[in-house]
Design a protein around this ligand. Sequence first.
Ligand SMILES: [Fe+2]
Ligand SMILES: [Fe+2]
Length: 153
Amino acid sequence: MKFREDEAEEFRALLRDLLEDPKAAEMKNFIQHGKVTTWSHCYSVARISFLLARRLHLRRINERELVRAAFLHDYFLYDWHARGDRLHGYHHPDIAANNAVRDFDLTSREENIIRSHMWPLTFRHFPKSIEALLVSITDKIVSIRETLFRRNR
Ligand SMILES: [Fe+2]
Ligand SMILES: [Fe+2]
C-alpha cells in the first residue's frame, strides 16, 4: 500500500513530534523480527493503519491518535529475544503503554490502543475504539509480513 498525492506529508505531520523525539528513536536499537528494528516495525504499523483508515474511508477516525499510538505500540525498549521471555506477547503491551505514558503526553484512547494491541491474547485489555481495533489488526498483518517474507517496507 502506497501513499497518494499529499498523504506522505500529512502522515509525517501527524507524527512529527515523535519522529523528532530522541526517546522514540531508542526503538532503533532493538530488533523486532528478522532484520527489522522495532522503530521500523512501528513506523510500518503507523503507516499502514493510516492508509487503511483512508482507503476504508473511516471518516470518524482520529488520525492523530491512530498514528501516534500505532507508532508507540511496541515502545517497550528492550531486546525481547535476549530476555528469553516466553510471555513477551502477554507482557509487552503493558510495558509499552507504561513507558509511553511516562515519556509522552498520551490521551486515554492512545493508551488503550497500545495496551490492547495484542488482543485477544491479552483478553483483559480489549480495543475500545475503531482506532484500537485497526492498530491491532494492522500489527498482526505487518508482523506476519516481516516474519515470513522478511519485508521491511
Ligand atoms: Fe506488540
Ligand atoms: Fe507490533
